[in-house]
Design a protein around this ligand. Structure first.
Ligand code: CDP
Length: 223
């Protein structure tokens, strides 16, 4: 029997270890890796370039309706394109986007613009011959793929997460983003009911990856 196409959802707060875990799963199981945070960052960068303010939700809605989204697959990773172009990583992770992204991500029109786009990534993964996809974000197990084959929620103490982000050489207000992401009305950050909750504060990356991989390997072994 051929192996099933698997969807793995990983949610969690800022610098909780989602990306490193998702990259490791993608390499081990040949899954397409989708970092939806980078999609919200790209849309934020595009809106900032247009001079749109997050407090002007009607203006945001109008601007978003005119932004053409596309996807490029580079190795095992999918990236979003805006009007055909990818936005440079330095801009996506820079201070202006760090400060603005959670404000734009709280606006329903922004989330709506990305909803169908994110679900359609499963088609792209299949077309490219991937064995499944691993999608990380804040609302993947709650809103985007509530029926995913596996749903994980990663968390870690705020001090440990701030240390990790600083070790990446980045200035980032992760506590403020978590506060905004958890308290917003539209798709707030929360552990999806029934998801596997992993506290990574005292775990190494290898230990987190081992825990997350175990049930997936078991399912594939049984297929
Ligand atoms: O990498 P890090 O954990 O710092 O954040 P990210 O995953 O790049 O996400 C940046 C921001 O995008 C988050 O703080 C959220 O405001 C927003 N986001 C969201 O609202 N929903 C998602 N599925 C992913 C990100």
């Amino acid at each position: 029997m051929p192996s099933p196409f698997l969807i793995v959802a990983i949610d969690g707060g800022a610098a909780a270890g989602k990306s490193t875990t998702a990259r490791a799963l993608s390499a081990r199981f040949h899954f397409l890796h989708i970092d939806t945070g980078s999609y919200y960052r790209a849309l934020t960068a595009a809106l900032l370039r247009l001079g749109v303010n997050a407090s002007d939700s009607a203006g945001v809605e109008r601007a978003v309706a005119n932004i053409a989204l596309g996807t490029v697959v580079d190795g095992r990773r999918a990236s979003i394109t805006i009007a055909g172009d990818t936005i440079p990583e330095a801009e996506l992770r820079g201070p202006a986007v760090n400060a603005a992204v959670s404000h734009f991500a709280a606006i329903p029109a922004v989330r709506a613009a990305l909803l169908a786009y994110q679900r359609d990534q499963a088609r792209i993964a299949r077309e490219h011959g991937f064995a499944g996809l691993v999608m990380e974000g804040r609302d993947i197990g709650t809103v985007i793929f509530p029926d995913a084959d596996f749903r994980f929620f990663l968390h870690a103490d705020p001090e440990e997460r701030a240390r990790r982000r600083a070790a990446e050489g980045q200035q980032d207000s992760i506590a403020e983003r978590d506060r905004l992401d958890s308290s917003r009305k539209a798709a707030p950050l929360l552990c999806p009911p029934g998801a596997t909750d992993i506290d990574s504060t005292f775990l190494s990356l290898e230990e987190v990856v081992a825990r997350v991989s175990e049930p997936i390997a078991a399912r594939l072994g049984a297929a």
